[in-house]
Design a protein. Structure first.
Length: 637
């Protein structure tokens, strides 16, 4: 039956100018297809793959007017998942490149037949048409084969995927046992690859239920799906496609197999399908596995050991030579001494193994291994002096430490966070603010944990730690003015110059603080005290008469940047000036007994002209203090 589908696009101006994939449909002969298999599908690295008995069939093999459904494709600088590869189509591969603005319905029913081997596979609908296939014999050198592919179809139009089972099969046949199997199946289900077995219709109600929707990639139509691609931006001219799928099977090394890769329409010849086979992904020789790259999100971390194994399935008797690509010379060079089948890799590079199986050829494979690097260099402990509050709380600028932590690594490649525990650093939880306030009264320390993480892979990180320490600021006690009376030690007791014993101030300034934990020095000016310059000797004579200011510096003897400066006034107290050392006080003897009451304080104004600002003490002839100088009775007649 024929299908009719009306899809209307309103196009005013091109919305997308993306490049599209390109195809090469010049592979028209068996020899051409043999080259396509060896050079593109298998790839040049598998030189030990023994290919024989190549066969092919497509539209042009039945009529000159029918299309060629076999060729190669190139991503052409686009983000198509495969860079190069082989394309098989039930139509004309030259119509496969995008944009998706035409319907591909090529080939004539009855002229271009289907394929009986395809229809013989389990759950493949009968009635196939327009089959394209490549078939060849091969002898693997390993015990497992696989390749990557994407299935595409014009049947994906939000309708016909419910009805038509256009199919792709990878038929592997053991030519010794005659056992065949289809490797192109939906993962975990065993279902063949058709629009009937992989579909994810976007709208409800739908013509049919979704089937294995997790393996459907996207529509190249705007039909309301979550991953719809505007048809004008589509890289291919097919309505929809699967995700990248993988066909794989165990094989017996040294045994000859036949492979048949075949696609066909089912039910009619309308609405073509195609399969895109990744170039070089069909490995039947030495296999080191997929590249481990940052872009592929399967890289290793610095410090990991990646073991490359070239021995799988080769059996005994093989010899090996490992090589690494030298970016300076542009060549692979031998790794001296690495001649076993297993290589432990710890450094980013492209590695190659050469394997001699003794079969007259050298097999090889390469693999890129990338290590995401993130190392954390611990800064020195951050020690500050507390402010005048001495509350143990100070601000630390953690961001300023990042260059030290990175130690030459680019901040675009390594991200640094700070945490309060090792557990939080390990799990990347509870990162601290850029400026951290340590509040550590009674415990002025905090251990800060660093996490240096690769921006390419959050599983690649390293941790370290350092201390934040707030040292208590010394608290000097102000002794007040240091007053010494003028004296005649310098020969003049009125010149305002005396000697000051500065050490005598230490106990008062230190108070209850442990003198073994502090250094107390004295300086002539504030600048010297701040810079700890030119400390004064223990005993000094003031340099300005009567009064002078000096500065004490009380310093933590472990953390010398933690200090306090205190101004101290040195005062020379002038001696009293005696006007009359023996003033005469008289009093009337009322009772003529020779005794009277005297107010001795009346003599003060006779003794000194500054008596109001002075303090007088009185003593009798025996040197005993007079308790009441205002009412003193003479003791001698």
């Amino acid at each position: 039956m024929k299908k009719l589908s009306l899809i209307v696009f309103t196009i005013c101006t091109p919305l997308f100018l993306n490049a599209q994939i390109t195809v090469d449909n010049s592979f028209t002969t068996v020899a051409d297809v043999e080259t396509l298999v060896t050079d593109v599908l298998i790839g040049g690295s598998n030189t030990c793959a023994m290919i024989d008995n190549v066969q092919k069939s497509t539209g042009i093999d039945f009529s000159a007017g029918e299309p060629n459904g076999i060729g190669s494709f190139d991503a052409n600088g686009t983000d198509f998942p495969f860079e190069t590869g082989v394309i098989l189509s039930s139509g004309a591969i030259n119509q496969a490149p995008g944009p998706n603005t035409t319907t591909q319905s090529n080939g004539t029913t009855g002229v271009w037949p289907g394929d009986t081997d395809l229809e013989a596979q389990p759950n493949i609908p009968a009635g196939t048409n327009n089959a394209s296939f490549i078939q060849f014999d091969f002898t693997p050198n390993i015990n497992e084969i696989d390749f990557n592919f994407i299935f595409m179809s014009e049947e994906y139009d939000n309708n016909f995927e419910c009805t038509f089972g256009d199919s792709f099969a990878f038929i592997l046949t053991n030519l010794t046992t005659g056992v065949s199997s289809n490797l192109a199946i939906v993962p975990t289900t065993g279902d063949p690859i058709t629009p009937l077995t992989v579909r994810d219709l976007p709208n409800d109600p739908n013509p049919c239920n979704d089937v294995n929707p997790e393996f459907f990639g996207n529509y190249n139509l705007l039909v309301g799906g979550p991953n719809d691609v505007n048809p004008n931006a589509a890289l291919t001219n097919f309505n929809g496609q699967t995700v990248i799928l993988n066909a794989q099977s165990p094989v017996v090394a040294g045994t000859t197999y036949s492979i048949k890769l075949v696609v066909a329409d089912q039910g009619d010849s309308a609405f073509d399908i195609a399969v895109f086979l990744e170039g070089g992904s069909f490995n039947i020789g030495v296999d080191l596995g997929e590249d481990l790259t940052i872009a592929g999100d399967n890289n290793a971390c610095d410090g990991d050991i990646i073991t490359l194994d070239a021995t799988d399935g080769l059996g005994g008797g093989a010899s090996f030579q490992w090589q690494v690509f030298n970016t300076m010379t542009g060549m692979f060079e031998d790794i001296v001494g690495e001649t076993n089948g297993i290589l432990d890799v710890t450094v980013t590079g492209e590695y190659q193994v050469l394997v001699d199986t003794g079969a007259g050829c050298i097999g090889s494979d390469t693999v890129i291994v990338e290590f995401a690097i993130a190392t954390a260099t611990a800064p020195i402990d951050q020690i500050v002096c507390d402010d005048a509050s001495n509350d143990g709380s100070e601000l630390f600028n953690l961001q300023a430490l990042i260059p030290t932590i990175l130690n030459g690594q680019s901040p675009l490649e390594v991200f640094v966070t700070f945490h309060l525990s090792q557990g939080e650093a390990d799990t990347d939880m509870g990162s601290l603010a850029d400026t951290f306030d340590i509040t550590a009264y009674n415990s002025p320390t905090d251990e800060i944990f660093i996490r240096a993480e690769s921006v390419f892979d959050d599983a690649c990180f390293e941790t370290t730690s350092f201390m934040l320490i707030v040292n208590a600021r010394p608290v000097p006690i102000d002794p007040g003015p240091f007053i010494i009376c003028d004296n005649d030690l310098d020969g003049d007791d009125t010149n305002g110059f005396v000697q000051f014993d500065l050490l005598s101030l230490n106990p008062t300034i230190l108070g209850a603080q442990d003198p073994t934990q502090f250094i107390l020095t004295y300086h002539i000016d504030a600048n010297d005290a701040l810079l700890n310059l030119s400390p004064l000797p223990n005993v000094i004579t003031n340099t300005t008469a009567n009064a002078q200011q000096i500065f004490a510096r009380l310093e933590n003897n472990v953390f010398t940047d933690c200090f306090t400066v205190l101004p101290i006034d040195l005062v020379v107290g002038p001696l009293p000036v005696i006007l009359d050392p023996l003033p005469l006080l008289t009093q009337c003897d009322i009772d003529t007994d020779g005794f009277a009451i005297f107010n001795l304080t009346q003599a003060e104004q006779l003794i000194s002209g500054d008596f109001i600002n002075e303090t007088f003490s009185y003593f009798d002839q025996a040197g005993n203090p007079i308790a009441d100088p205002v009412a003193y009775t003479n003791g001698i007649v």
